[in-house]
Design a binder for this molecule. Structure first.
Ligand SMILES: [Zn+2]
Length: 107
């Protein structure tokens, strides 16, 4: 698994209107709205930088990658079975093969 660790901020907020306290994760130190009373633009009174596993981005980049613009691979793609193809291009993932197949069938 390629799980990228990313830095993000854990921000702590306290609402000046209703004194509700909450925390939220953002990729920067941003103002938030009070989830209890809707008071807007509350600045965090404390922020910690934390590392989280960025699963979403990994899935995103995997789900979009294909080899449609690679003529050599596409030539083999036409003549090989999925198993043969993945064996001869061992660095490619099944996900990439499926992405490419889906794109080809869409056209
Ligand atoms: Zn509030």
């Amino acid at each position: 698994m390629n799980e990228a660790m990313v830095m993000t901020w854990l921000n702590y907020y306290e609402c000046p209107r209703c004194e509700y306290i909450w925390e939220d994760q953002w990729d920067c130190q941003v103002d938030d709205d009070c989830p209890a009373c809707g008071c807007r633009h509350i600045s965090p009174y404390e922020s910690k930088d934390i590392e989280v596993v960025n699963k979403n981005n990994c899935l995103q980049s995997l789900s979009q990658s294909n080899f449609l613009d690679d003529d050599e691979k596409m030539a083999d793609f036409e003549i090989l079975t999925k198993e043969e193809f993945l064996t001869s291009y061992s660095y490619l993932t099944e996900q990439e093969y499926d992405n490419t197949k889906r794109e080809v069938e869409d056209d």
